[in-house]
Ligand binder design. Sequence first.
Ligand code: PRP
Ligand code: URA
Length: 212
Amino acid sequence: MKNYENVMIFDHPLIRHKVAILRDKNTGMKDFRELIEEITTIMAYEVLKEVPTHKVMVETPLETCEQEKIVEKSIALVPILRAGLGMVNGIHTLLPTAKVGHIGMYRDETTMEPQTYYCKLPDDIQHKKVILLDPMLATGGSACAAIEYLKKIGCKDICLMDIIGAPVGVQKVAETHPDVKVYLSTLDRELNDHCYILPGLGDAGDRLYGTK
Ligand code: PRP
Ligand code: URA
């Protein structure tokens, strides 16, 4: 795959280690859920590099000094349901008061086109840094539809966090939305005939919630 300026693929042994366990078909629901959260938390250190901070005065036991804090209310986490929900706690662990909006989407099993069935976002989301969450970036249809909707309602600062992506999906988001930074823990090889990622991890929603 071509290098895109707006795509960052993590290269870290800890992520490779955790993704290896995540992929394993024998990894059960509890471990799968915890791994999704842990990988999200590790990725968050990089993703949150660009969040706004403000100056605060702090009294240490010895003196008063000027420090910085993240403006938590300037961030909105937007998981794409269902699987994106599994990533929310990975960031809430670090920033517990970040607001959360939800976009519900599923892929039509014949056309693979994303179908939106739910949307509830924080009122002032247009003024926030939006972190869109979805563990799987396959054809890129769901991510692009969510980004297009967020832009249509006025969001200007959007980034996307995915755990596993296929080249075709990464390319679609990177080229359609060059202003959206894509953070990907792992780039996989390709899609199969049913648009599942190979080697992938199967259906992330089903593995998170035990629906199959
Ligand atoms: C999965 C995944 C993404 C989408 C990726 O969701 O969580 O949202 O597929 O595929 P795409 O890049 O080809 O659009 P799915 O539609 O299976 O819904 P679910 O999370 O409810 O299981
Ligand atoms: N959605 C998933 O959950 N897994 C894939 O491999 C592709 C889309």
